[in-house]
Design a protein. Structure first.
Length: 128
């Protein structure tokens, strides 16, 4: 498959995804970049670590920006605080080259991803 065809396929997948599927894809991407950053820190790859942390933080910023506080104020406030905590931890990991600072982010983000996965699966299953 050519690169152009692969990009077109990926674009089509994103455009046809449900909001729940997009949310899960964002979580998956953030987790992938966090794991990469942790491995890059351990390998001493300063530049790679910076890129991975930047991408993870960008996804967290997107997640924070899409919270609808009018619909579920308490849940959104809690998620906003968690996402901010994750960004702070990743910033510390970036500055200190501290792989351990990424561990709680991966753990809690993974737990959230699992919970959202169950909720999205249940909700999408109910609409079929």
């Amino acid at each position: 498959m050519s690169l152009a065809a692969a990009r077109k396929y990926k674009t089509t997948q994103i455009e046809s995804a449900s909001p729940g599927q997009i949310l899960l894809a964002l979580y998956d991407g953030c987790l992938r970049f966090c794991r990469a950053a942790q491995a890059q820190i351990l390998a001493g790859d300063t530049a790679g670590k910076g890129v991975s942390i930047s991408k993870a933080c960008a996804i967290l910023g997107e997640l924070r920006g899409t919270l609808d506080h009018k619909v579920a104020p308490e849940l959104c406030d809690q998620l906003d605080r968690l996402y901010l905590f994750f960004q702070e931890q990743l910033s510390l990991a970036n500055i200190r080259m501290d792989a351990a600072a990424v561990t709680p982010v991966i753990k809690m983000l993974g737990d959230l991803r699992e919970a959202w996965g169950q909720a999205v699966g249940d909700a999408e299953g109910a609409t079929r």
